[in-house]
Write a protein that binds this ligand. Structure first.
Ligand SMILES: [Zn+2]
Length: 166
């Protein structure tokens, strides 16, 4: 259910420095009312002295985090939609995206951000662990991998793009 990592998720260094210990907290997505007694889990933020990656030290089982009733949909929150529209505008101004480019969004939720790139390229990939959310991006015509992003998923995506030089 809960695993505490001792090595950096990016570089596997064991030089993790505690930034903040939040103690035991409920999973935010289940905070739907004030009466339900919730399970709590350790949560702490650490910083890798080797590669500077800022990360959460605890791994909670994906079955707990992303059940099929995962309630958070980006498209349902106007402020989030606006934020992703602004993010899209900023990315589009910064990068010259053309129709040969591929955009990959990790944890794409219901596709609010990645779907905006449809006007620039049809090569869009969503990686999303929640099945109902992944079904939404599939219906939007976005290539979707209904899974967590991890080394195995990275390998699948790499096979799509990596073309060895002959
Ligand atoms: Zn690191």
């Amino acid at each position: 259910m809960l695993e505490i990592i001792n090595q950096c998720r990016c570089c596997e260094s064991d030089e993790l420095v505690l930034v903040h210990d939040f103690g035991k907290v409920p999973i935010a997505d289940v905070l739907t009312d004030t009466k339900t007694v919730l399970e709590v889990y350790l949560l702490s933020a650490v910083f890798c002295k080797n590669c500077y990656h800022f990360q959460i030290r605890e791994n909670i089982s994906p079955k707990i985090l992303f059940q099929n009733n995962y309630p958070y949909y980006s498209s349902k929150i106007p402020e989030v939609v606006q934020h992703f529209e602004e993010t899209y505008q900023a990315i589009s101004q910064y990068l010259a995206i053309d129709n040969q480019d591929t955009i990959i969004e990790i944890a794409a939720n219901d596709g609010v951000l990645i779907s905006q790139f449809k006007t620039q390229t049809k090569h869009l990939i969503s990686i999303e662990p929640s099945t109902p959310h992944a079904e939404i991006t599939e219906k939007l015509g976005i290539t979707t991998y209904n899974r967590f992003f991890n080394k195995k998923t990275a390998g699948i995506v790499k096979k799509i793009f990596y073309k060895p030089q002959s």
